[in-house]
Design a protein around this ligand. Structure first.
Ligand code: CU
Length: 125
Protein backbone atom coordinates (compact mmCIF):
# COMPACT_ATOMS: atom_id res chain seq x y z
CA UNK A 1 0.00 0.00 0.00
CA UNK A 2 1.25 3.46 -0.80
CA UNK A 3 0.99 5.72 2.25
CA UNK A 4 2.49 8.85 0.77
CA UNK A 5 -0.83 10.65 -0.03
CA UNK A 6 -1.99 10.10 3.55
CA UNK A 7 1.24 11.47 4.97
CA UNK A 8 0.97 14.42 2.59
CA UNK A 9 -2.58 15.12 3.75
CA UNK A 10 -1.54 15.17 7.40
CA UNK A 11 1.39 17.36 6.54
CA UNK A 12 -0.90 19.89 4.89
CA UNK A 13 -3.44 19.68 7.73
CA UNK A 14 -0.70 20.31 10.29
CA UNK A 15 0.61 23.26 8.31
CA UNK A 16 -2.89 24.76 8.09
CA UNK A 17 -3.35 24.32 11.82
CA UNK A 18 -0.05 26.04 12.61
CA UNK A 19 -0.85 28.88 10.21
CA UNK A 20 -4.27 29.30 11.82
CA UNK A 21 -2.78 29.37 15.32
CA UNK A 22 -0.19 31.92 14.24
CA UNK A 23 -2.76 34.32 12.77
CA UNK A 24 -5.09 34.09 15.76
CA UNK A 25 -2.36 35.24 18.13
CA UNK A 26 -0.61 38.57 18.34
CA UNK A 27 -3.59 40.88 18.18
CA UNK A 28 -4.30 40.89 21.91
CA UNK A 29 -2.48 43.97 23.07
CA UNK A 30 -3.51 47.52 22.50
CA UNK A 31 -1.48 48.93 19.65
CA UNK A 32 -0.82 52.62 19.30
CA UNK A 33 -0.41 54.20 15.90
CA UNK A 34 3.20 53.84 14.88
CA UNK A 35 4.93 55.60 17.80
CA UNK A 36 7.15 53.74 20.24
CA UNK A 37 5.12 51.50 22.52
CA UNK A 38 4.86 52.91 26.08
CA UNK A 39 7.46 51.72 28.57
CA UNK A 40 5.76 49.39 31.02
CA UNK A 41 6.12 50.62 34.60
CA UNK A 42 4.27 47.71 36.16
CA UNK A 43 2.86 44.33 35.19
CA UNK A 44 -0.23 42.89 36.81
CA UNK A 45 -1.03 39.24 36.27
CA UNK A 46 -4.58 38.00 36.44
CA UNK A 47 -4.59 34.45 37.77
CA UNK A 48 -6.78 32.30 40.04
CA UNK A 49 -9.41 35.04 40.07
CA UNK A 50 -7.03 37.65 41.49
CA UNK A 51 -5.04 40.67 40.39
CA UNK A 52 -1.40 40.07 41.31
CA UNK A 53 -0.02 42.25 42.77
CA UNK A 54 -3.23 43.73 44.11
CA UNK A 55 -1.77 47.20 44.57
CA UNK A 56 0.97 48.84 42.58
CA UNK A 57 2.62 52.23 42.64
CA UNK A 58 3.94 54.01 39.58
CA UNK A 59 5.01 57.51 38.61
CA UNK A 60 2.78 59.75 36.55
CA UNK A 61 3.14 59.01 32.84
CA UNK A 62 3.77 55.34 33.51
CA UNK A 63 1.96 52.53 31.77
CA UNK A 64 0.57 49.40 33.33
CA UNK A 65 -0.05 46.14 31.56
CA UNK A 66 -2.59 43.60 32.76
CA UNK A 67 -1.94 40.09 31.49
CA UNK A 68 -4.64 37.48 31.77
CA UNK A 69 -3.00 34.20 32.82
CA UNK A 70 -6.33 32.79 33.90
CA UNK A 71 -8.58 30.36 32.04
CA UNK A 72 -11.53 32.77 32.21
CA UNK A 73 -12.02 36.23 30.71
CA UNK A 74 -11.72 39.18 33.08
CA UNK A 75 -11.79 42.93 32.75
CA UNK A 76 -10.44 46.00 34.50
CA UNK A 77 -13.03 48.61 35.40
CA UNK A 78 -12.07 51.67 37.41
CA UNK A 79 -14.35 53.08 40.05
CA UNK A 80 -15.68 56.62 39.64
CA UNK A 81 -14.57 59.22 38.81
CA UNK A 82 -12.13 57.32 36.60
CA UNK A 83 -14.12 55.93 33.76
CA UNK A 84 -11.43 53.67 32.35
CA UNK A 85 -12.59 50.26 31.23
CA UNK A 86 -10.56 47.59 29.50
CA UNK A 87 -13.41 45.62 28.03
CA UNK A 88 -13.10 41.85 28.25
CA UNK A 89 -9.54 40.57 28.44
CA UNK A 90 -9.53 37.02 27.13
CA UNK A 91 -7.24 34.31 28.48
CA UNK A 92 -3.69 35.03 27.20
CA UNK A 93 -4.83 38.56 26.33
CA UNK A 94 -3.55 41.79 27.79
CA UNK A 95 -4.45 45.45 28.23
CA UNK A 96 -2.18 48.47 28.55
CA UNK A 97 -3.18 51.75 30.17
CA UNK A 98 -1.06 54.88 30.55
CA UNK A 99 -1.71 57.10 33.58
CA UNK A 100 -1.21 60.78 32.87
CA UNK A 101 -2.58 62.18 36.17
CA UNK A 102 -1.48 61.43 39.71
CA UNK A 103 -4.02 59.86 42.03
CA UNK A 104 -5.46 56.64 43.38
CA UNK A 105 -7.09 54.45 40.80
CA UNK A 106 -9.16 51.70 42.35
CA UNK A 107 -10.53 49.08 40.02
CA UNK A 108 -12.36 45.79 39.99
CA UNK A 109 -13.39 43.06 37.59
CA UNK A 110 -16.88 43.69 36.27
CA UNK A 111 -17.41 39.94 35.78
CA UNK A 112 -16.27 39.02 39.30
CA UNK A 113 -16.91 41.97 41.61
CA UNK A 114 -14.79 40.55 44.44
CA UNK A 115 -11.67 40.89 42.28
CA UNK A 116 -10.16 44.24 43.21
CA UNK A 117 -6.96 46.14 42.75
CA UNK A 118 -5.53 49.61 42.75
CA UNK A 119 -2.97 51.67 40.93
CA UNK A 120 -1.37 54.50 42.89
CA UNK A 121 0.04 57.12 40.54
CA UNK A 122 2.61 59.35 42.23
CA UNK A 123 3.37 62.83 40.94
CA UNK A 124 6.69 63.27 39.16
CA UNK A 125 9.55 63.89 41.64
CU1 CU B 1 -12.79 38.58 36.63
Amino acid sequence: MNRTPVAKFFGIALFALVALAATSCGTNSTSSSGENPPAIAATIHIADGKFEPREIEIEVGGSVIWINDDVAAHDVKFVAPNKLHSGAIKPAGSWIQTFTSAGNYDYYCDFHNSMKGSVVVRPAP
